[in-house]
Design a protein around this ligand. Structure first.
Ligand code: ZN
Length: 298
């Protein structure tokens, strides 16, 4: 999955320090991240993996590279985390990017399509943290300019004392099974067109199990039993922590698709274990669970 970067090691402990030339700079603007794109038409590995997004591979810019574009951006840089010995930094100063620059603004979802790549995980988590810092430059309570916490990952308002911590939105993904069948879905939303599993954000006041039962009923109109936790995954693209569950259909197995709201399902179909085709790379918990079901290890 995206976070499985062995033998590389993610170090998320908070620290205050400045970048060396070889360290990574994560610069964020909305859903975009500053990347160095390299045409790589000959690479079999990337072919088809970047899909519509691009036919190029990417690398994350270093502090030395950003310095040539905008020295102030590196001067104002602050530490995020490390992967192995390489630090990841962000900056409140975002450089102007000329047409002919090596770097360009790309959708952060480019990193979603990368497989077994510690830079994709580092880049996505860096983008998530940089977004959080950028969204909290001013206090939501009193409007004052905020500062970074000194001893922990926090943002502090010097005027009213309010402390902001990174916000993580919990999500449940459910592998609904009926004997040797699993329920695959497909969403109407733009972008992801492959099959998926029933999924949704946990509402305020809900347990994870409540969220599983509600999402399954809302999206496909089924009751479930024997809800069992399988595994989890940080998902930086939506600032989420995903909890994966399996659940058995309880009684009726005829699907009733929810057709209300903007994110409704386009389809939901029962697929036999023997007929499952693995459609996606290994970065997502969804496909890890589908693969586990096929291999009878769910
Ligand atoms: Zn305040």
């Amino acid at each position: 999955m995206l976070q499985d970067i062995k033998p590389h090691v993610f170090h998320g402990e908070y620290a205050i320090k400045k970048p060396a030339d070889k360290d990574i700079m994560i610069l964020q603007k909305g859903n975009k991240i500053l990347l160095i794109m390299e045409a790589e038409h000959s690479s079999e590995r990337m072919k088809g993996m970047l899909g519509k997004t691009s036919s190029a591979s990417y690398s994350l810019p270093t502090a030395a590279q950003i310095r040539t574009l905008c020295p102030e951006s590196v001067r104002e840089a602050f530490y995020l985390f490390s992967v192995d010995e390489q630090g990841y930094y962000s900056s409140p100063v975002v450089p102007e990017v000329p047409e002919d620059a090596a770097v360009s603004w790309q959708s952060v979802m480019v990193l979603r399509e990368s497989e077994n790549d510690h830079h994709a995980f580092g880049g996505a988590v860096g983008w998530q943290l940089a977004s959080w810092y950028n969204l909290h430059r001013f206090c939501g309570q009193c409007g004052s300019r905020t500062v970074h916490g000194e001893n922990e990952r926090s943002i502090v308002c010097p005027e009213c004392g309010h402390i902001y911590y990174p916000r993580i939105s919990p999500v449940v993904i459910i592998a609904i099974t009926d004997g040797d069948r699993i329920l695959l879905t497909r969403y109407n939303r733009n972008g992801y067109r492959r099959h998926a599993l029933v999924a949704g954000f946990v509402e305020v006041g809900e347990t994870l199990e409540d969220a599983v039962r509600r999402e399954v009923m809302e999206e496909v109109g089924l009751k479930v039993k024997n809800i069992r936790y399988i595994e989890s995954q940080p998902w930086p693209f939506s600032s989420s922590l995903i909890s994966g569950f399996s659940a058995e259909a309880d009684g009726e197995t005829t699907v009733h698709l929810n057709t209300d709201g903007g994110e409704e399902l386009a389809e939901a179909v029962w697929v036999d274990r023997d007929e499952l085709e693995i459609e996606d790379s290994s970065v997502s918990l969804t496909w890890d669970m589908i693969r586990k079901f096929r291999d009878k290890t769910l």
